[in-house]
Design a protein around this ligand. Sequence first.
Ligand code: RBF
Length: 164
Amino acid sequence: MATQLKNLSDFSHTVVPSAVAYRFGIVVAEWNAEITNALYEGAYQSLINHGALADNIFTYAVPGSFELTSGADLLLKNLHLDAVICLGCVIQGETRHFDFICNAVAGAISNVAIKYTKPVIFGVLTTDNQQQALDRAGGKHGNKGDEAAITAIKMANLAETLNG
Ligand code: RBF
């Protein structure tokens, strides 16, 4: 596969706009906390590294990935934000919950983005096992939280460019 062993969080070849003017929400699922905490650290540090002010980053926890959408909705309704980053990790189990949660979250996050006309970033790992998740939360495939933060900055900048 083309992306095998590639660091998917490598944005070094692209220009990332300054995040200094933007306000970000981060919603983090408590399920698989070892993974989601690592995603959060990656996302937060990336926002700071690209100029975001700590006072402009609003972080809230929700129980599981299924609740990320409600969390993002509440943040967009109550805080003046330029983008929301949703971070979660759904690991395949023995039952069909995996499919229901992944499908529900992916679709609902898109709906919240459209409802508020704001970027809502899908930073949810959907993996077969814990090792695949670790590989993408600061392991050999980079940190998807970092990638989600850069996507949030780029989309906030696009919105500013087009909306003024
Ligand atoms: N939430 C996650 O974020 N990741 C999971 O891997 C995950 N697995 C679950 C498996 C089962 C059987 C159940 C019942 C829930 C799971 N959840 C998981 C929690 C889910 O996102 C949500 O918090 C609950 O279903 C309550 O709405």
